[in-house]
Design a protein around this ligand. Sequence first.
Ligand code: FES
Length: 157
Amino acid sequence: MPDAALNEQIRRIAADHAGQPGGVLPALHAVQARLGHVPAEATAILAELFNLSRAEIHGVVGFYHDFRRTPPGRHVVKLCRAEACQSMGARGLEAHAKATTGIGFGATTDDGALTLEAVYCLGACAAAPAVMVDGEPVGRVDAARFDRIVAELRRTR
Ligand code: FES
């Protein structure tokens, strides 16, 4: 997308929240929901709309793990790192996921199929360890199940 068109799109998305107190977070979420990530161009645009410094916007984006700075892969798998899942083997699952995909949290595989992200409780603690696959929670995920999930995702566009 040309810069001017992208800038205009970001401005339109964010402008809906510009008059709201605390509107920066909803604006950033709206940008990511529409574009899949928060492009670098959003920093200056939101700073202007919300009368904040670029550093303040940059700080908000950096503080929240939910915000992506680059476009995600075709599929996004989020691994829960919170306590209940950790007590049920999430650390081992995380190590397995990183080793077998070859990527860390926040990264995307070279084929563009998969982005791995961390999340802190999916509300599925009773089914720990839990992951979220393209927005759908999946419980009791061990290494073998993770491999099956990834194999299936790689087969689907
Ligand atoms: S701690 Fe993982 S789903 Fe709640």
